[in-house]
Design a protein around this ligand. Structure first.
Ligand SMILES: Nc1ncnc2c1ncn2[C@@H]1O[C@H](COP(=O)(O)OP(=O)(O)OP(=O)(O)O)[C@@H](O)[C@H]1O
Ligand SMILES: [Mg+2]
Length: 413
């Protein structure tokens, strides 16, 4: 089935770059054809700090994915995170003069919503419609076809530092790849880990990576709020390195092998041996001491997450709780601690149900990477949407006109 669309995503993370090539098969399946996972370089907290090193790491990842898939990559969706990302809610208003509202009016309203004062050093990444008001009547999900005089859209606008975006663009361009669109990390992850029920009820996606914790709040099926915190699993590692006098790579090893986020779960007598700086022989380290260090940092991360949720003003609207993902969410005990600190139900999720070369990808570390493919799939399907044939990759997702519009809106600008 050669004409089934090929989708490509490049997840540029703080610890790894992951390029994936997949074919969209049947109704909504992704067959992974190419995988290129490489350690990151020159990227800190979602920002490029060394363009050459970053371009090289990205280049190696692209090359690997090209080799495994046997395909040349010319354009791809790119993940975006970092402290340079911010979001505002805005309202766009247009006049209709009593006739039926059409899609063009919706686009005009979204355009008007983008007319908020956005500094020239910022680039708009997503314009997400959250609901419509027609002649003062709010809570309208799909205004097309309705009659009215005044159409208002409530939009969530995500902007990023223009220079950072340009650096990312250049770093993939160096390998001959065009960045077709950027997708904010948590919005990519959400496509993988959030169920339709959760996004209807109200839930937070929280992707804890190496250098960033990326969050998105979904309510009534839509994205209502997004946040990026400059803290992640690497901070846990460096605490361990400082606290136990280990090198960063040793600390990383120890964290993955013996780490636990809840001291109280660890037996006093439980220990392991490792080499530390300035000591000839390996020394015994109590796992309780290790987990004490980890617990303090993880608690701090979730304190910040809680603060952000409260600051958003939606803290009372999240009965489905928090869905954790990202490499650091694999730490034992983290889910329980998160639930204690946040006072919400918490689960950990990862990609599932892929075809092809997917074994490596069934880890929370690849939710963003796989999520980019779902976005690419939605985008490749969006173009011929008028002719029908749209589909949802989510379970039970029959394509209603509403979902089609939902997808369309995410393509903007
Ligand atoms: N088994 C594990 N237990 C605990 N932590 C882990 C485990 N595996 C990976 N991690 C941690 O996950 C983090 C990397 O996660 P991930 O791959 O999601 O980050 P990234 O996408 O490269 O970074 P970011 O999204 O922050 O830019 C590292 O801090 C790593 O130590
Ligand atoms: Mg990531």
């Amino acid at each position: 089935m050669a004409d089934e669309p090929i989708v490509v995503g490049i997840d540029i993370g703080t610890t790894k770059v992951c390029t994936l090539v997949a074919r969209v098969e049947g109704a909504n399946n992704l067959r992974i054809l190419g995988v290129g996972i490489e350690p990151s370089q020159g990227i800190r907290k979602g920002n490029i700090v060394d363009l050459q090193a970053a371009s090289q790491a990205i280049g190696r990842s692209i090359e690997k994915a090209e080799r495994t898939s046997g395909m040349e990559i010319t354009s791809a969706l790119i993940s975006l995170a970092g402290s340079h990302v911010s979001s505002v809610n805005s309202r766009g208003v247009v006049g209709i003069s009593g006739r039926a509202i059409d899609q063009e009016d919706v686009f005009r309203a979204l355009d008007a919503a983008q007319a908020v004062a956005i500094p020239h050093n910022r680039e708009i990444i997503h314009v997400i419609q959250r609901g419509f008001v027609v002649d003062g009547q709010d809570g309208i999900r799909l205004p097309v076809g309705m009659h009215g005089y005044r159409l208002e859209v409530e939009a969530h606008i995500i902007t990023a530092g223009a220079a950072t975006v340009e650096n990312l663009r250049q770093s993939v361009q160096a390998s001959g790849v065009q960045a077709s669109h950027f997708v904010l990390n948590p919005l990519a992850s959400a496509e993988v880990v959030l169920s339709d029920t959760e996004r209807q009820m109200g839930a937070v996606v929280c992707d804890i990576g190496g250098g960033t914790t990326d969050m998105a709040i979904y309510i009534d099926g839509d994205i209502w709020h997004t946040m990026v915190l400059g803290i992640g699993g690497n901070h846990i590692t460096s605490d361990i390195a400082h606290g136990l006098r280990l090198s960063i790579s040793q600390a990383e090893e120890v964290k993955k092998q013996y780490g636990h986020a809840l001291q109280e779960e660890i037996d006093e007598r439980d220990s392991f041996s490792t080499r530390i700086f300035g000591e000839e022989n390996p020394v015994e380290i109590r796992r309780k001491d290790l987990s004490m260090i980890i617990e303090a940092r993880v608690e701090e991360i979730f304190d910040l997450v809680l603060q952000e949720i409260k600051r958003s003003g939606y803290d009372g609207l999240l009965p489905a709780g928090v869905v954790l993902t990202g490499g650091a969410s694999q730490l034992p005990g983290l889910r329980t601690l998160a639930s204690q600190v946040l006072g919400l139900p918490v689960r950990v999720a990862k990609p599932e149900n892929l075809l092809g070369l997917a074994d490596q990808l069934y880890s929370p570390a690849y939710s963003t990477s796989v999520g980019l493919l779902y976005w690419a799939m939605m985008m490749s399907e969006a173009a011929p949407a008028a002719g029908g044939g749209r589909r949802s990759h989510r379970k039970g997702g029959n394509p209603t006109l509403d979902t089609i519009k939902n997808w369309l809106k995410r393509l903007l600008p």
